[in-house]
Structure formats: structure tokens, C-alpha cells
Design a protein around this ligand. Structure first.
Ligand code: PLP
Length: 362
């Protein structure tokens, strides 16, 4: 059962089996739920980040992804700390907005939306701003689809003693990330991106040592990740406050299906294949992608409007009639639209999309 295929950065088209997993009700305080569903999810997330539970832990948090980003920033940066954000898109900007709301001592270095966060930029920023204690950035900036060079940046960060907060919302589960090797202290993602669950909660994978320093820092009760973590630990998977039980059960199924697919590496290969077919096919139809291949993520692609007369709304409506929902652009310097290729989406779907696009152009 499908109304249309979502070619968006999430929420995305999910497998029927994921949606079917939501047909039962669960008691938020019962061990069938806490020990049988939540605890295995927490364990599996560590595995996906290639870390173990002696040094790392997980916190699941109600709300969309932004709630978890806000929670991670608001519960880790103290009044006398200093947060450096390097941004090349709307989600990096959002971290700065969060810091504004909390009156945190912070600096944002805004780059062009088509410019990757090169390691030299990180080094220069850390050298020119003294006393930076926390560094935050977005891995895959969904605004354009740019993939920032995480590994190279992590090499630079290791020379400085800063806490590393990574928004890996649209990459975790779909692009391999070795959390310990990259020195990531807080990694944030959510249920409805590359793990292909339905929306309703986010999660933070944290260095235990760093998390333990966060007691009493949060300025918001519901976003207090230390408190949430403590409850989950002591209650063996118990959430503070009502949790989105059906969504969590669907996520459990999504993790199972990720494993069946062959894990993160296999999913990464599928996304890359989807993306390769998409970009090649669009080029053949006369479209140009915004970013060069070297910095293009396998998750979502921005395409330039093919002409001055191009009407996105018209294009969108025609594709929707044919069963495909695409995404508007989000950048200021160029007229673009976006096509995502994550979710329950396969090369055959992308080929069908390309045929549909060709028909709309006739
Ligand atoms: C989706 C996304 C978020 C979170 O957005 P929500 O709408 O709050 O779920 C944050 N950062 C990035 C890079 C994203 O792609």
C-alpha cells in the first residue's frame, strides 16, 4: 500500500513491514517493551557506530531530530564553555539558533552552501578562536546534499582538546561512521532517516565519559539527556515520560531490516547506486547537479532549474500525479530542487522516476 514514493530527505518511504510493525500496542513501563524492544535498539545503535558499551552509550529522545540536536547542545555546553560551529547550510545554522536561544558563548563560521568544511578551515578556526571547548558541525548537510569530509576533519580535531558534537542526522545508518576512530563525543540522528523508520524520536550516541560530565547542565527538563539516560540505564530501557511506542517498535523492525540488507555498508552501496543512476539519468535529460561529484553525498541531490521558464510547482505536480514526491530547493544563491534517494527506494524506482521525468518534459 503506497500513496506515492517519497524522494525526500525524511520522513521517507518505508517498507510495508515497518508500518505493519506498528499494529500492536505496548505498555511504556512494561519489560516486554523496555527490555524486549528499547534495550536491543540501544545495543544495536552502538554496533552501527562501531563502538562498545564500556566507552559509549545511547539516549533515545522523543521528538523530531532537532529536539535531539537541541538537547545535545543544551545539555553539554556550560556557561563558561565556548562552542564553535562551522556551517554550510540550514542545519548548521540551526545549531547556531539553538545556541542563541540558550545564550551560549558561541561562534558560527558560515561558509558558502556549496563549499565543503575543509580540514584547513577547521584548523584555522580553532587557531584563531581561543578557549573553544566544543566543536559542532553537520556531516551530510541536507540543505544541498553536500557531504563534509568527516574523517579528515576528525584528524584535525584530535590535535585540539574539544568535545566533538556531530549532527549525523541524514548520514548515520546509510554512510559508514566509526565513532571512536573519528573521535566523535556526541553523535545525533533520528528514526526516520537512513535507518528508514517512521518519525517520532531521535537518538544521541555519546561518549560515557563526556556524558557523565553533563549532569545538571541542561536548561530544559524534557531535553535533559543526562536525566533521560539515567532513567534508561536504571530502568533497563525505561523512558522518562510517554514514549512513541509504535514508532519505537517500527524502529526495532527497521534495524532488523538494515541487518538483513547486509548492514550499513550494503545500504551505503544501494544509496550510492540509486544516486549514481539518478545523477546520470538527470544529466541525460539535460539537468545539472549543483555540486561536483567529489562532495556529493549519496543521500540527496540538488539540481539546478534547467531554464528561466522552468516551473518547479508544475514539475512537482506532474511528478506527484505519476506517483513521485520530490523536494523543493533550500538555498539562496541558485534556483534548485532536490531529489532524495534514501528510504525503501531501489535502482528500479529511480529508473521509473527518470522515465516519469522524461514524460513531463515532452
Ligand atoms: C532531518 C535533519 C535534521 C532534523 O530535522 P527534523 O525536522 O527536526 O527531524 C537535522 N539535521 C539534518 C542534517 C537533517 O537532515
Amino acid at each position: 500500500m503506497r500513496n506515492y514514493l517519497l524522494l525526500t530527505p525524511g520522513p521517507l518511504s518505508t517498507a510495508e513491514t515497518i508500518r505493519e510493525a506498528m499494529l500492536l500496542d505496548w505498555c511504556t513501563w512494561d519489560k516486554d517493551y523496555n527490555e524486549g524492544i528499547v534495550t536491543p535498539i540501544r545495543r544495536k545503535l552502538l554496533e552501527l557506530a562501531k563502538v562498545n558499551d564500556t566507552e559509549y552509550t545511547t539516549i533515545l529522545l522523543q521528538g523530531s531530530g532537532t529536539y535531539s540536536v537541541e538537547a545535545a547542545i543544551g545539555a553539554t555546553v556550560k556557561a563558561d564553555d565556548k562552542l564553535l560551529i562551522i556551517s554550510n547550510g540550514a542545519y548548521g545554522e540551526r545549531m547556531s539558533t539553538i545556541a542563541d536561544y540558550y545564550n551560549l558563548n558561541h561562534i558560527i563560521i558560515p561558509l558558502q552552501e556549496t563549499e565543503p568544511i575543509r580540514p584547513e578551515i577547521v584548523r584555522e578556526a580553532l587557531d584563531s578562536h581561543i578557549n573553544v571547548t566544543h566543536f559542532a558541525m553537520v556531516h551530510c548537510e541536507t540543505t544541498t546534499g553536500i557531504l563534509n569530509p568527516l574523517q579528515e576533519i576528525s584528524e584535525v580535531l584530535k590535535e585540539y582538546s574539544v568535545t566533538f558534537i556531530l549532527d549525523a542526522m541524514s548520514s548515520f545508518g546509510g554512510i559508514p561512521i566509526d565513532m571512536k576512530a573519528y573521535g566523535i563525543d556526541f553523535l545525533i540522528s533520528s528514526a526516520n532517516k537512513c535507518i528508514q523508520g517512521v518519525p517520532g524520536f531521535g537518538f544521541i550516541i555519546a561518549s560515557k565519559e563526556k556524558l557523565q560530565e553533563c549532569q545538571g547542565i541542561a536548561r530544559s527538563l524534557s531535553l535533559d539527556i543526562y536525566d533521560q539516560w539515567e532513567t534508561m540505564e536504571k530502568g533497563k530501557g525505561k523512558w522518562r515520560f510517554t514514549s512513541p511506542t509504535h514508532v519505537v517498535r517500527a524502529f526495532y523492525q527497521a534495524l532488523h531490516e538494515l541487518e538483513q540488507e547486509g548492514g550499513v555498508e550494503a545500504r551505503y552501496e544501494r544509496y550510492r547506486e540509486n544516486n549514481r543512476i539518478l545523477i546520470e539519468g538527470m544529466r541525460a535529460l539535460g539537468f545539472t547537479s549543483l555540486l561536483p561529484e567529489s562532495i556529493q553525498s549519496p543521500v540527496i541531490t540538488s539540481f539546478l532549474y534547467p531554464s528561466e521558464e522552468f516551473s518547479f510547482q508544475d514539475f512537482y505536480d506532474k511528478l506527484k500525479q505519476k506517483g513521485f514526491v520530490i523536494y523543493p530547493g533550500k538555498i539562496s544563491q541558485a534556483e534548485t530542487f532536490r531529489i532524495g534517494n534514501i528510504g525503501d527506494v531501489y535502482p528500479e524506482d529511480i529508473k521509473r522516476l527518470l522515465r516519469a521525468i522524461r514524460e513531463t518534459l515532452d
